[in-house]
Design a protein around this ligand. Structure first.
Ligand code: ASP
Length: 454
């Protein structure tokens, strides 16, 4: 998937402050003005009326413009990104055993990261400290019935039907319903499964389907450009939506945000410093400390750029020159991994959705939580390796499980920091994957003697 970085693209044109700094400024301005308004409202009922009016009639509609621009292209974006992602994975067949090992390790890494993220949110409950009154206020403001009616509709379905509905009978109907929650099946999850099927089908006859691939690539690029327009509005949208929330909730909501950041960082840390070392020792026969030293250049590049795609050339060099992995294996694994193996992104997406469900007091059924896990794993395949690539996917998962999507504004202001950290995990995960596949491959080759831990 070749696409311009849709967040830094606008940055190139606007001299001066980079976009992510503007978004952070938006967060601070919105929060500070909101807190002052909250204080003023507690002192005078007249001021409270004016502030409420400003929030409802000015701040919220402006904030929604940003969301609508993203949502309007989310279906073509998910469809094209996932189909193209699967197509790239489709090379798996050509590479036989290496391909299968890549797929196997990718599944293990993605599932473990999503499980860690979701486990931590359930354990630490970072978004659960609002009172039922505050939650009701938030819901009234942001989604009059979304949280309740959609959740009820989901509850009514049994496991058998939910699983069957993963395969859509009418994909177009699912696409239409994915955004407004009216789909008869699983909405966006069904669209994702449809994209997987089409992606696999394309790999079966790559020559004849070239025109379709070009259309999909065009669709993907155009969707990213529209999201680029939305991102230009993001600083103002974040300021507006934060004003609207803090003017009602005061400081409570900001404390919750801090707990959210801590939860994400803890999850990323566990995957990085517990799961990866275990795999490195058991499968790649590498000493974790040596490994981390050898790949440090890629780690720093990922942290600085927030983009797996931009870090790919460094990862390729590190794999060849530092880790001394077989180039034919590492090249394939790292290229596929930059798109398909995004552990940090998958973990983040799962955490955001469950966190916002807690903030808005939306009870997710077991089936909905499984949906979040599946969508987070698939979103790891479909998310572009660019700064903020996961935002459109998160909005659609929120919509699928009935959590108000405006809630995304809460986390957008801190997204750049978390993006730097999750991209670091994404890239390190790709290198772990390359090391595991390459070393298990060598061990499969009986002509190479078994080595001790390097
Ligand atoms: N920035 C991430 C990457 O490039 C994608 C995301 O999670 O937003 O890997």
């Amino acid at each position: 998937m070749n696409c311009e970085d849709f967040v830094t693209q606008p940055e190139k044109h606007s001299r001066g402050i980079p976009l992510h700094t503007k978004i952070l400024i938006g967060l601070v301005v919105g929060a500070v003005v909101g807190l002052i308004a909250n204080f003023a409202a507690s002192k005078s009922p007249a001021a409270a009326g004016v502030i409420r009016g400003a929030a409802i009639n000015v701040a919220e509609p402006l904030g929604k413009v940003f969301l609508r621009l993203v949502i309007m292209v989310v279906v073509p974006l998910v469809f094209s990104a996932l189909t193209l992602g699967v197509m790239e994975l489709g090379d798996v067949r050509r590479l036989g055993r290496v391909g299968l090992r890549t797929l196997g390790f990718t599944m293990i890494l993605s599932l473990s990261s999503v499980a860690i993220g979701i486990g931590l949110v359930r354990l630490l409950q970072p978004g659960a400290s609002l009172t039922p009154d505050q939650q009701q206020q938030l819901n009234e403001r942001f989604s009059p019935q979304a949280g309740t009616s959609e959740a009820k509709a989901e509850k009514a379905k049994n496991v058998r039907d939910t699983l069957l509905d993963l395969l859509p009978e009418n994909p177009l109907q699912e696409m239409v319903g994915a955004v407004d929650g009216s789909s008869p099946g699983n909405g966006m999850l069904a669209v994702m499964v449809f994209s997987l099927v089409i992606g696999v089908a394309i790999t079966m006859s790559p020559e004849r389907t070239q025109p379709l691939v070009q259309v999909l690539q065009g669709m993907f690029d155009v969707s990213m450009t529209v999201i680029g327009f939305a991102m230009k509005l993001a600083p103002y949208a974040v300021a507006c939506l934060l004003f609207s929330v803090t003017s009602q909730m005061g400081l409570d909501i900001l404390l919750i945000l801090l707990r959210f950041v801590a939860t994400v960082l803890l999850g990323l840390g566990l995957q990085m410093f517990v799961v990866y070392p275990i795999l490195l020792v058991t499968s790649a026969r590498l000493r974790p400390i040596t490994f981390f030293k050898q790949v440090s250049e890629a780690i720093f590049t990922a942290f600085g750029t927030s983009s797996s795609n931009a870090t790919l050339p460094t990862s390729l060099r590190v794999a060849r020159e530092e880790l001394k992995l077989k180039p034919e294996v590492s090249q394939f694994v790292l290229t596929v991994g930059a798109t398909a193996n995004q552990n940090g992104t998958a973990l983040f997406e799962g955490v955001v959705v469950l966190f916002l469900a807690q903030v808005f007091g939306v009870e997710l059924t077991l089936m909905q939580q499984i949906t979040v896990v599946l969508m987070a794993v698939l979103a790891g395949v479909g998310t572009a390796g660019v700064p903020g690539g996961s935002i459109p996917l998160i909005i659609i998962v929120l919509k699928t499980v009935g959590v108000p999507s405006q809630g995304i504004a809460l986390i957008l202001g801190v997204d750049r920091l978390l993006d730097m950290c999750r991209t670091t995990l994404n890239v390190t995960g790709d290198l772990v994957l390359a090391a595991c596949v390459s070393r298990t491959e060598e061990r499969g080759d009986k002509s190479i003697p078994e080595r001790a831990l390097d």
